[in-house]
Design a protein around this ligand. Structure first.
Ligand code: SAM
Ligand code: SF4
Length: 351
């Protein structure tokens, strides 16, 4: 199989499953192999970030449609042992909204020992659970924080919860989940505070990565002409810090790193829109309802939950998952004429 140059907008088309090489891993027709599994476990959230959620939250998923902890553990087991997945990350919605998160992580740690189990979270309530999560087997954490100014934070997230996020960040570090990564989405209204946020992260000893906003907001208000680009951010940060290019630490890592004031501290930028890294994408996604999604931007999903509850064995579930990934698109196409955002928003897919 040859790897083609990607990163160009590519029209989605179906590839015949007959052409798929007979291998266990999650290969696609462009030669990529998915080894990084994102599992969304809920649509619920304690915040309402404007770039993600609608003001009233996402429509509730009926309980019977949500994967149970045991079902998630079984699918993670299949992903690791039959499909070559090497890292699992729990996300949402807000994963801490699920009271059975520790049980889920403990189950995955038991069935897939040695596989890093990570979580992306807004950290609200983490101060009370960080130790239990580590005991259950959580090994890494990314925390979202867009502003260190309380008023700004409240405006961006529609909730006045900054103190709780800070307490969660400190509790995570104290529980041994370091080195912590902080994610901040680039919005025009946070640009003025970006250097303050970086300074705060440097003082706390946590690594900050800025993410370009993608057209994945539930309110469909994203507009190319309003988005803050990586270049604009770097210019703003450059007014306070000396930044020197440090490259990507590994080719499939989405963040490009810059040394701050000569290092060793760095700041990362994930330029998902202006410097797309689709050609190196190694992700596969499982939604909270148990569908496989090969790309954030593709609404085509394959239902594993129905098969699982219908009595499919592990190999049948693995076969369905492989088929879903074989058809992965070449790229997200945000920069192409006629691009239309996907129906589901980031919080509904799992970021
Ligand atoms: N609630 C958790 C959190 O905020 O970390 C996990 C779910 S959230 C959907 C996962 C990540 O997606 C967060 O880092 C968030 O900032 C990012 N995200 C959400 N909407 C986005 C968008 N429109 N563009 C880029 N990143 C986005
Ligand atoms: Fe919630 Fe995370 Fe979306 Fe913010 S980005 S609304 S914290 S799911």
């Amino acid at each position: 199989m040859t790897t083609v140059a990607l990163g160009v907008p590519t029209m989605p088309s179906s590839a015949s499953i007959e052409d798929r090489p007979d291998v266990g891993e999650l290969v696609d027709r462009f030669g990529r192999v998915a080894r990084d599994l994102r599992v969304s476990i809920t649509e619920k959230c304690s915040l309402r970030c404007t770039y993600c959620m609608p003001e009233d939250g996402l429509p509730a998923i009926p309980t019977q449609n949500l994967l149970t902890a045991d079902e998630i553990v079984r699918l993670v087991d299949i992903a690791v042992h039959r499909l070559g997945v090497r890292e699992v990350r729990f996300t949402g919605g807000e994963p801490l909204m699920r009271p059975d998160l520790e049980q889920m992580i403990a189950g995955c740690a038991e069935r897939a020992p040695g596989v890093p189990l990570a979580m992306t979270t807004n950290a609200i309530g983490l101060e009370h659970r960080a130790h239990k999560l580590v005991e259950a087997g959580l090994s890494r954490i990314n925390i979202s924080l867009d502003s260190i100014d309380r008023e700004h934070f409240a405006r961006l997230t529609r909730r006045d919860r900054l103190p709780s996020v800070i307490a969660g960040i400190r509790a995570a570090a104290e529980a041994g989940l370091g080195p912590l990564k902080i994610n901040a989405v680039l919005m025009p209204e946070m640009l003025g505070g970006a250097a303050d946020l970086l300074e705060w992260c440097l003082n706390e000893g946590v690594a900050l990565r800025f993410i370009e906003e993608m057209p994945l907001d539930a309110d469909h208000e994203w507009a190319r002409e309003n988005m803050v680009t990586a270049d604009r951010l770097l210019a703003v940060l450059g007014e306070r810090f000396t930044l020197s290019e440090h490259g990507r630490q590994d080719p499939s890592a989405p963040a490009e790193e810059w040394l701050v004031d000569g290092g060793p501290a760095t700041v990362g930028v994930i330029a998902s829109v202006t410097r797309s890294f689709c050609s190196d994408c190694d992700r596969t996604r499982l939604t909270a309802e148990g569908t496989v999604r090969s790309c954030l931007f593709s609404d085509r999903e394959i239902d594993l939950r129905a098969a699982l509850r219908g009595g499919a064995d592990d190999e049948e579930l693995a076969r369905l998952w492989r088929g879903a990934m074989w058809n992965k698109w070449a790229g997200h196409g945000i920069n192409a004429d006629g691009f239309a955002p996907p129906q589901r928003s980031m919080g509904a897919i799992g970021g």
